[in-house]
Design a protein around this ligand. Structure first.
Ligand code: NAP
Length: 317
């Protein structure tokens, strides 16, 4: 009985491995548009796909980021400046893409741009603090997708949305997890809708990686500013040491964060180039072995784990 089971499992993985190795043809004719290419995963993916021979249309937030990327890549790669929170900018960029891809359509759209601050206890924040994150990570993704969708449909291409393990299990307060849960929900419904037109939608769910986004400076600056604005009541409830304890928790976790960004960009590349891409890609050992299993635990167990590492307010009961 056990032997049959083992054989079945091995057969399943062999079959999956064989299926996933098949690559789409004529990659050199395919256009891929990526947001947030100034740094991190977007930057590495742009360089990686350029080396693979695809035609990369890289959207950067700054001219400096765009220039640096152009200096590191071939003439095939083209850049555009895009702030995904500005609808007029998104519309103009869509026209720019249309001019380049012509009748071929857009093979790949990678919604990668994102931010993660402000991060602090929910009660310290204003509605505007949530809007800031949701505007980039969720509404920006939706706006860019809706704007470029007809071009992707024309090519029967791929939409690759960068979510996070924090879109599967809510481990931190503020807007980030909410935005990534939203990306997951958006991608799920989009995948079903677009399957009728031969378009595939994949989600990338990285664990924690060392990029610009996860640098201490961003967290420290915001936390300090929010603490300065906090009401006397909140300051008394949380205590003067809370911001420092919050950062200490981050610095304890940080040595375990992954440095090898290609674990994420390899998943993105697979989603764009494989004949049979996965629906979800967990990237990083922590995503696979900690956060994803954690997302299936009962809520009280997840709460217990979070209580273990999250700092307590000074006046906790
Ligand atoms: N790092 C992680 O641990 C981790 C884990 C899970 C998921 N992710 C997700 O991975 C994606 C990429 O993040 P990353 O880690 O590579 O961080 P990153 O290096 O900060 O990259 C984010 C990129 O988005 C750009 N960006 C920010 N706001 C934008 C806007 N309004 N319009 C257009 N572009 C904008 C940034 O430009 P500037 O550099 O000029 O600000 C930057 O190029 C994000 O969606 C993030 O949520 C990251």
């Amino acid at each position: 009985m056990w032997l049959y089971l083992v054989v079945l499992v091995v057969l399943y993985y062999l079959l999956r491995w064989y299926r996933e190795r098949q690559v789409v043809s004529h990659l050199e004719d395919k256009f891929v548009f990526i947001t947030g290419c100034d740094s991190g995963f977007g930057n590495l993916l742009a360089r990686q796909l350029d080396q693979r021979g695809l035609r990369v249309l890289a959207a950067c937030l700054t001219e400096q980021g765009a220039e640096q990327l152009r200096n590191q890549t071939s003439d095939r790669l083209q850049t555009v400046i895009l702030d995904i929170t500005q609808t007029e900018n998104v519309t103009a960029t869509t026209n720019w893409v249309k001019e380049r891809v012509g009748d071929r359509g857009l093979w790949g759209l990678v919604n990668n741009a994102g931010i993660c601050t402000p991060t602090a206890p929910n009660e310290w924040l204003t509605k505007q603090d949530f809007v800031k994150v949701l505007d980039v990570n969720l509404l920006g993704v939706i706006d860019v997708t809706l704007s470029l969708l007809s071009l992707v449909r024309k090519a029967r291409g791929r939409v690759v949305n960068v979510s996070s393990v924090l879109g599967r299990v809510s481990l931190s307060p503020a807007g980030y997890c909410i935005s990534k849960y939203g990306v997951e929900a958006f991608s799920d419904s989009l995948r079903r809708e677009l399957s009728y037109f031969g378009v595939k939608v994949a989600m990338i769910e990285p664990g924690y990686f060392v990029t610009n986004m996860t640098q201490d400076e961003g967290f420290i600056g915001y936390l300090q500013a929010l603490w300065n604005w906090a009401s006397p009541e909140l300051k008394e409830l949380y205590g003067e040491n809370f911001p420092a304890d919050f950062l200490k928790t981050l610095s304890l976790l940080k040595p375990r964060w992954t440095q090898n960004l290609s674990l994420v960009t390899d998943c993105m590349e697979h989603a764009l180039t494989a004949c049979h891409p996965r629906t979800r890609y967990s990237a990083g050992w922590d995503a696979k072995f900690i956060y994803l299993p954690m997302s299936y635990l009962p809520s009280f167990l997840v709460d217990l784990i979070v209580y273990c590492y999250y700092p307590q307010p000074a006046k906790a009961l």
